[in-house]
Design a protein around this ligand. Sequence first.
Ligand code: ADP
Ligand code: ASP
Ligand code: MG
Length: 415
Amino acid sequence: MSRLVMKFGGTSVADLERIRRVARLVAAEVAAGKQVAVVVSAMSGKTNELVAWTDGAGRAAEGLAESDAEYDAVVASGEQVTAGLLAMTLRNMGHDARSWMGWQVPIITDEAHGRARIDDIPADNLLAAFDKGEIAVIAGFQGVTREGRIATLGRGGSDTSAVAIAAAVGGSCDIYTDVDGVYTTDPRIEQKARKLARISYEEMLEMASLGAKVLQTRSVELAMAQRVPVRVLSSFVEPGEAPGQGTIVCDEEEIVEKRIVSGVAYSRDEAKITLLGLPDHPGVSSTIFSRLADANVNVDMIVQSRARTSDIANMEFTVGKRDAGRAMEIVNAVKAEIGFEDATVNEDVAKVSVIGVGMRSHAGVAKTMFGALAEKGVNIQVISTSEIKISVLIDAAYTELAVRALHAAYGLDKL
Ligand code: ADP
Ligand code: ASP
Ligand code: MG
């Protein structure tokens, strides 16, 4: 019997009517003879509300950041509610179903509260539920540390719960959301975005880590490493209607139609820090970036250039917006030690990226990108590239303009 993990995001379980719709989708898979486990998110908006409550209770003021077990105790509660409600709804439809919290499965995580990683999922309990013909409805986003505390997996983490459970039970994973697949870019920004029938794990990984929040980055990493078959599809189907094919996330070799660029992603979650008048000698970057790393601040793009005056350099780098304040404190703390002139931070920036495995073998992708942005008068502040993506940092006000211009420049509206 094939095993399937179905994951439903916040908008898919936003109210009781939608939970009933989810229950019908689950029932259809059970009727098709599959052993089904379901992973649910909190009702849409709930996690934001819970996070705001923890801020209000003094989490931010006390500087506890996210590494707080009590933060997790609060924000994990949203998923508990939906797991119970869906299990109840399924039972009322005549199915054998029960809810499972992360600690009951158990989904064992490390101790990094607020952004924990899954270490292990012993599959025995879920396999026993399958054997009994019971539908396991699992609270997403949460697990339990070896110390026995509730931990959460970072925002969007229910995707990762679902993929990890699929890997643990040897099943495939269907991610149901409010769009019917992975698009060439965020369909909320570009109406001409096209649905991709298939996307490679690698491209999906880049898309997710560069801002396309349709799948949490870690979930794609896991799917790629464990070879979990993943589909993204819409839960917004009427009774009796099939959810369609969605998008299949798979190996590159399984994709027949070859594209140079598959998608455009954007992120407004960036802040740029500029250091002017740095002494240009060995050890300067090492000091700055090791201090940032010690404070758990992730650095993304980095550029350094020699100023006109010899022995003087300027440097720019980006960090996540929520780390910007901390990064500036660290930079200012090493100012005297290093001896640079000035440090400034700019939070009005966005990163826009084009992604495609075809870049490995085709020249001219950067030329098209820079040409399209120049034509719209969008200034590029920082550039970074990898084998299958090019990212630029621009003024945040131009994000949508840039996304649409690039989408058109690579002909993605005509796929
Ligand atoms: P869920 O609550 O189901 O987890 P999310 O809001 O996390 O849903 O992710 C779905 C959203 O991702 C879509 O509504 C869409 O706006 C956004 N998105 C961004 N980029 C893309 C893309 N390339 N393809 C599809 N959706 C995208
Ligand atoms: N509810 C959590 C969040 O909003 C996890 C998830 O939905 O994936 O981040
Ligand atoms: Mg999500």
